[in-house]
Design a protein around this ligand. Structure first.
Ligand code: ZN
Length: 132
């Protein structure tokens, strides 16, 4: 197994940040050819997902609906006031896996990878593990 790490600063409290290009860059830089890449977000108020990368309105709609479905609320017990972000992070999940074929992410035509920020803006880490 080989590993790598990406750092990024998110831009809003709730934000799906596109990270496909950064991950493809790490794959190319390390000459990872054929295997599986695991993308893991080591945070409790952020996650990772795969969804449409063609129309940016899809990501905006997911941000909007996440906040509508799970609003910030004073009724949560957790004293940090970010329980909504913890819940959203668990709903989206902390990791994804993508097949790497001939050095490229084997995604669908309309798919992209997103870091799902729910308590930004913050500095976030994205951990990658490649297994042949
Ligand atoms: Zn918290």
């Amino acid at each position: 197994m080989q590993t790598a790490e990406i750092s990024m600063t998110t831009s809003r409290r709730t934000r799906l940040e596109p990270i496909t290009k950064q991950i493809a860059g790490v794959i190319a830089q390390n000459n990872w050819q054929n295997g599986i890449v695991t993308v893991f977000v080591p945070h409790t108020t952020a996650g990772v997902t795969i969804n449409e990368n063609a129309d940016p309105d899809v990501a905006r709609d997911m941000e909007w609906f996440s906040d509508k479905l799970i609003p910030q609320s004073c009724h949560f017990r957790h004293s940090e006031g970010n329980s909504d972000a913890h819940i959203k992070a668990s709903f989206f999940g902390s990791s994804i896996q993508v097949i790497v074929r001939d050095g490229k992410l084997w995604l669908g035509t309309w798919q992209g990878i997103y870091l799902c920020e729910f308590d930004g803006p913050r500095n976030r880490r994205i951990l990658l593990a490649f297994t042949e």
